[in-house]
Write a protein of this length. Structure first.
Length: 434
């Protein structure tokens, strides 16, 4: 059977075999360094990205295998926008949106409270000096450059889409399942939904002269190189199969009707609908178009599933986001007894529109269907609500459980993986009734 590289799972399996047999090009990083990291990821089950403020696994200790998601380094985030404590929880170089701060906001996350996930610090780039260079062995001609104005002159598309970190919900592996994981200890706020406006990546690639044999497209950020455990991983970059690149990927220059803010990749970022956040490269400066699969740390040792509950050499590189729900309420909130209130929250899925959301106010015994406040659409979230009058005083848990249009419902537990990606289990949201 011929290999169908437009089929995501076939593509990833083929890519993985090539990598394991040493046939792959490693795109700028010394291949032995990558292999070392890859072996560490598979064997110890964690990378040990220990330096504060480097990669996502920044909560890990130096040994890389003993830390839990409960520790957070003290590095100050290098963002441009302010990060007030009512809106954000700081986690190393990153800022998590407080879900309670979304209460009363519309379907779009306001820019002042959209989470920030930075491997290093936000660079300040002037749109007038900015260029996008498209290059590589799978172009019909030489490199082609796009200025900001040239990009903006291309036909524009606008879509409402979430960007969500693959590690969103990671802390619940530890607090709810008692498991050790490495990485930033996000609760559920490493997600935001925005209205993105930009050019189609497919238009840019076609204008650059895409050759028939193109396989991978590798966007790379203009932020600093990422150095971890003495290994320079180079600038942030993760390959996309050309099939996805031509399908629905956007080079965005506007977010919620504003020029793309510096912290979210301004002047131009990649937005990859429904895929894990790392795919959506911020501050994109160049895109390599290759006739062979490409490998970077972000699709080999990072952003794959490793551990005893996973395939022996790890999973294929992660692509689509999973299914989650969150209450617009602080974890551990105190709520007064006998006073009617409206519980509100949001649910989303990378696979399909959210179909139904149920809530339990008694720790999971009885479930009630919520009212949905948005027309469910893939790529975005739905807001929901349920009236609740707390009665018995004392600690309890609120649970929300979504089902998407594929029929998938959030499970009670998520199979463990060492880096704590793709948590999708129902979260027990602690509250105290007083
Ligand atoms: N160049 C660059 N792109 C990047 C990152 C980064 O650090 N540098 N972080 C990635 C990760 S891990 C995520 S989850 C999203 C976060 O996007 P946001 O900060 O706009 O919320 O951007 C992705 N793109
Ligand atoms: Mo991420």
């Amino acid at each position: 059977m011929p290999l169908d590289l437009s089929d995501e799972s076939q593509y990833d399996r083929a890519r993985l075999r090539q990598w394991e047999r040493g046939r792959a090009r490693s795109s700028g990083v010394d291949r032995r360094d990558l292999l070392k990291l890859f072996a560490a990821g598979a064997a110890a089950g964690s990378l040990g990205l220990g330096a504060a403020g480097t990669a996502e696994a920044s909560a890990t200790g130096a040994a890389g295998n003993g830390a839990t998601a409960a520790t957070t380094p003290a590095a100050a985030p290098g963002t441009v926008k302010p990060l007030p404590p009512e809106l954000f929880t700081i986690r190393g170089t990153n800022a998590e949106t407080n879900f309670a701060a979304l209460h009363g906001t519309g379907p779009l996350t306001p820019l002042d409270r959209f989470f920030v996930r930075n491997h290093t610090v936000t660079p300040r780039l002037d749109p007038h000096d900015w260029r996008l260079k498209v290059w590589g062995d799978a172009l019909t001609g030489g490199p082609v450059e796009f200025s900001y104005d040239r990009l903006r002159a291309l036909p524009a598309v606008e879509r409402t889409l979430f960007i969500e970190c693959a590690g969103n919900g990671r802390s619940f592996y530890t607090t709810q399942q008692g498991q050790q994981v490495t990485g930033t200890a996000w609760t559920l706020g490493a997600i935001g939904v925005a209205r993105w406006r930009g050019a189609r990546l497919s238009d840019v690639l076609r204008r650059a002269g895409l050759a028939r044999g193109a396989v991978d497209v590798l966007p790379r950020g203009l932020d600093d190189e990422v150095v971890t455990n003495g290994v320079n991983l180079g600038r942030v970059r993760r390959p996309l199969p050309v099939s996805k690149a031509l399908d629905d990927v956007i080079l965005a220059y506007e977010m919620n009707g504003e020029p793309l803010p510096p912290d979210h990749g301004g002047p131009v970022r990649v937005v990859v609908p429904n895929w894990i956040g790392i795919s959506s490269i911020k501050w994109v400066g160049d895109i390599e178009v290759s006739g062979q699969p490409l490998y970077t740390p972000w699709n080999t040792d990072l952003y794959r599933l490793f551990g005893p509950d996973q395939p022996p050499h790890g999973s294929a590189p992660l692509t689509r986001q999973t299914l989650k729900s969150a209450f617009e309420l602080e974890l551990g909130a105190t709520v007064p007894a006998h006073r009617p209130r409206l519980l509100t929250g949001r649910s989303w899925s990378g696979a399909a529109p959210v179909h139904r959301v149920e809530v339990s106010t008694d720790g999971g015994v009885r479930w009630q269907r919520t009212r949905l406040h948005d027309a469910p659409r893939r790529g975005s979230w739905v807001r929901w609500s349920l009236p609740w009058t707390p009665r018995a005083t004392g600690p309890t848990a609120l649970l929300a459980r979504a089902t998407d249009a594929t029929g998938r419902t959030q499970p009670a537990t998520t199979a463990h993986n060492t880096q704590g990606y793709l948590f999708d289990a129902v979260v027990h949201h602690p509250v105290t009734v007083v």
